[in-house]
Design a protein around this ligand. Structure first.
Ligand code: F6R
Length: 601
């Protein structure tokens, strides 16, 4: 979603801002802009479209030692050059992530006499700050923020006070980068990767005033805070495509390593259990647990479904997953003996964060399963388990889906070994986890097979994905991957539900991808295939079973323990979606209308 970058120091800010904006492109955006303070005052340059367009159209003489930049993902007002950030008022320029909820009220009230240039909620902030005439910029920003309701990550400059950038955060991430005689601002450490790994994360309701040679932090109530830089675990290598055509392909191929990283140091072969140092659940707590509720959005939700199933099967603690976006609105009963688990790759998804806050407000216990260290959700949860999958840049989640399932397997192992799971069952799961990276690599080696099948699927306008129990959850994720990067219509159903409605749509032009592991439901899946084929529907079966399936394309995966089979099936579905998207010429890493990190409701 929207991205912020800022620079203050002795060098020209412009190349740093452009590079930072390029590194934030993966978050999803539709326009971009910069504000630069130089010798001749402040210059604004903004543009609908890509950062490359912004760079190409930048005036040659655009330079200055202080600047802020932004990539915008439209919420209030269309994706036009006018609505792109920065927004200005008098000598002030601002960039803003988030939503100002009382913008309408402020426009009609205290700002009634102001002529607005844009349709955005963010412009309100620029006028409120400029209205605090004569104040030091940090005081003006603080006073303005006390008048707004909503979420913000904001960076502000004033051409009359060009020795500072003021930043603030409430519900939308902002961090400072500490350099030598220069400082940076970003909404995501990835933007600064070439300049510094020393970062300071701001907390909600916290501000910072940044100069070339230092910074000061304080709260909205003007109380000074003390912040020490921490090292961001990111390198420039991690944010490149490493010879792959795009990030999605790179990230799909990184999965064997991502699973190794998720497992590293966490498996206890001796006692057939897991060590999860990040969660503070002692055996006594685990014995009192009566339920586990997993919350996440999109692919994190689907991975959570696979995880909840794994936990319930292995620990016999009732577990289910729910869309975090729905959770707080249905007035959930928060139970003291339920363990809530929030899943998020970015750690910044607004709906997931809001669910975490709601649980905490009501006294519930919530842990995180998060990929991004230091992210808002990881800090909001009492404790948690990191995926350690490395940065995921492509909008479509791949390696973090897989790593999330693996972390749930570890959690199930840990909880299960405290509850009823015996050492033999623990060892069975550990054996399967140990061989999983190699098995994923074996699936990846069959990529040419997925390319063949993708050619058949790319001609369809609608696709169905079906599976039962664990495989249904992967079917949801497979259909999601297909929709988001190919723009083909894809629906997932529990296999037995087909005949309760969607079968009416099955015909020669609607292929069905059937996830049919070699388990106790094999015969039932064959019956579903027969129903589809009787309506002339083409079938692709993804399975570890070597028995032939007449009239269907078959993609074979290695056999693993049933609880982990969803991982291998999932990798096939990623590659199918990826290659259909390539065949159709889609912008794979940046699918239309989508953002990597959804920081608004
Ligand atoms: C789909 C996808 C999204 C995210 C969802 C949650 O490929 O990536 O559905 O899974 O927006 O994001 P995180 O995991 O960052 O909370």
């Amino acid at each position: 979603m929207c991205g912020i970058v800022g620079y203050i120091g002795a060098n020209n800010a412009v190349p740093t801002l452009f590079e930072g904006l390029q590194r934030l492109e993966y978050r999803g955006y539709d326009s971009a802009g910069v504000a630069i303070c130089g010798r001749n005052g402040m210059k604004i340059h903004k543009q609908a479209g890509r950062v490359a367009d912004l760079v190409a159209t930048a005036p040659k003489r655009l330079r200055g030692t202080v600047g802020i930049g932004h990539t915008r993902w439209a919420t209030h007002g269309e994706a036009t050059t006018v609505n792109a950030h920065p927004h200005t008022s008098g000598s002030v320029a601002i960039v803003h992530n988030g939503v100002i909820e009382n913008a309408g009220e402020l426009r009609a009230g205290v700002l009634a006499n102001v002529a607005f240039a844009t349709d955005t909620d963010s412009e309100v902030l620029a006028h409120l700050i400029a209205a605090q005439d004569g104040a030091a910029l940090e005081d003006a920003v603080r006073a303005a923020l006390l008048m707004v309701e909503g979420a913000y990550g904001v960076a502000v400059i004033d051409q009359r006070q060009p020795d500072r950038i003021v930043v603030a955060r409430n519900g939308s991430p902002v961090l400072l980068g500490v350099g030598n005689g220069e400082h940076f601002v970003a909404s995501d450490a990835a933007a600064l990767v070439r300049y510094t790994d020393q970062v300071v994360y701001l907390d909600d309701r916290e501000l910072a005033v940044i100069h070339a040679d230092g910074f000061r932090t304080f709260t909205l109530d003007a109380a000074t805070t003390t912040k020490q830089p921490v090292t961001a675990a990111l390198t420039a290598d991690m944010t490149g495509t490493s010879g792959h055509d795009d990030f999605m392909h790179k990230e799909i191929w990184e999965q064997p390593e991502a699973v190794h990283s998720a497992l590293r140091g966490r498996v206890d072969h001796r006692f057939s259990t897991a060590h999860l140092g990040g969660i503070d659940l002692v055996p006594k707590d685990v014995l009192t647990l009566r339920r586990i509720k997993v919350l996440g959005c999109g692919s994190a939700y689907y991975a959570g479904m696979v995880g909840a199933q794994l936990i319930e099967e292995l620990t016999r603690i009732p577990a289910d997953a729910e869309a975090a976006s729905e959770f707080r609105y249905r007035k959930p009963v928060i139970e003291a003996d339920t363990l809530y688990v929030a899943v998020s790759q970015s750690g910044e998804t607004y709906d997931t964060l809001a669910a975490v806050e709601e649980i905490k407000r009501k006294g519930g216990r919530v842990i995180g399963v998060v990929n991004t260290p230091g992210s808002t959700i990881s800090r909001a949860c009492e404790s948690g388990v990191y995926l350690h999958a490395g940065p995921e840049i492509s909008v479509a989640s791949t390696k973090t889906f897989t790593s999330t399932v693996v972390v749930f397997a570890l959690l199930a192992l840990y909880l299960g070994r405290i509850r009823d799971m015996g050492p033999a069952d623990g060892a069975r799961l550990i054996g399967a986890l140990d061989t999983l990276p190699g098995q994923i690599a074996a699936v990846l080696d069959e990529e040419s097979r997925m390319i063949d099948v993708a050619h058949g699927l790319a001609a369809a306008a609608d696709l169905f994905y079906i599976g039962r129990v664990r495989s249904y959850h992967v079917a949801l994720e497979g259909a999601q991957k297909m929709k988001e990067i190919t723009y083909l219509h894809a629906e997932a159903y529990p296999a037995a539900e087909l005949k309760h409605g969607p079968l009416a749509l099955i015909g020669a032009g609607t292929p069905t991808v059937v996830l049919a592991p070699d388990d106790e439901l094999w015969d039932k899946n064959m019956a579903s295939i027969a129903e589809i084929q009787a309506r002339k529907g083409p079938v692709v079966v993804v399975t570890d079973c070597r028995r032939p399936v007449s009239g269907a394309e078959r993609i074979l995966v290695p056999a693993t323990e049933p609880e982990l089979q969803p991982v291998l099936l999932g990798v096939v579905l990623q590659l199918l979606a990826y290659h259909v998207a390539r065949i159709l010429g889609r912008d794979i890493d940046r699918p239309r209308n989508l953002a990597k990190s959804v920081t608004v409701e």
